[in-house]
Ligand binder design. Structure first.
Ligand code: HEM
Length: 187
């Protein structure tokens, strides 16, 4: 969108979708992701991946409990489509594995954008996943990880892992949110 005065091409800033590595780098900086956080994520990654099945099941079991989220997983017969749920768990597992690697590659940053678009620009009925459910799902993920870290690590290491993962997940959430607003230049 423009203000009708400034030509879009000369407005300051850039469109996040045209430079996702920069957007993610800038967000990492904004949330204060330090080298210590990156190390805490790398150290805790094996624990997270060791619980991949439990984490993905916890999220999807939760989704199907509420009509407002279950509606996205129903088959033609109106029942929860178990095959579709298994496919979705598989996709979520891939996302978790790639996130745990905190890959800062261009390919990964556009992968996250494509996942965001799969939710926000979903065309088939019942349409886009409401953004507040995506926010809620990120909260569920944070809580599930904090519980796992508390059970498996000492207090200090658990706190460091939770803080670092919270930053990383909300950087991802900021990418998800791009799918819900019209493209807009940012600084
Ligand atoms: C933490 C938040 C979430 C993450 C990380 C996540 C992750 C993913 C991934 C990786 C995919 C595959 C995208 C692709 O095709 O490449 C996907 C698809 C999908 N997700 Fe999510 N998801 C989240 C939240 C939700 C929520 C809250 C719902 C619904 C209540 C949902 C419903 C779906 C559906 C229906 C698809 C299939 C999209 C399509 O029809 O093509 N997701 N999700």
């Amino acid at each position: 969108m423009t203000d009708g005065v400034t030509p879009a091409s000369s407005a300051p800033g850039y469109l996040p979708g045209t430079d996702m590595p920069r957007f993610i780098r800038d967000m990492m900086e904004f949330v204060g992701m330090t080298d210590a956080d990156v190390s805490a994520i790398r150290r805790s990654a094996p624990i997270v991946l060791g619980h991949e099945g439990a984490l993905t099941s916890a999220l999807y079991d939760h989704f199907v409990k509420f009509p407002r989220s279950a509606v996205f997983f129903l088959g033609a017969d109106g029942e929860v489509d178990k095959v579709r749920i298994e496919r979705r768990k598989h996709s979520l597992g891939r996302w978790l594995r790639e996130t745990a690697e905190i890959a800062l590659t261009s390919e990964f940053s556009y992968y996250v954008l494509s996942v965001a678009l799969a939710h926000g620009h979903r065309e088939q009925p019942p349409g886009a996943i409401p953004q507040h459910l995506v926010v809620g799902a990120m909260s569920l993920t944070q809580s599930a990880l904090a519980t796992i870290f508390a059970a498996e690590l000492g207090a200090e290491e658990a706190a460091a892992a939770s803080v670092a993962w919270n930053k990383l997940l909300l950087v991802q959430l900021s990418v998800f949110m791009l799918a819900y607003v019209p493209p807009r230049r940012v600084l």
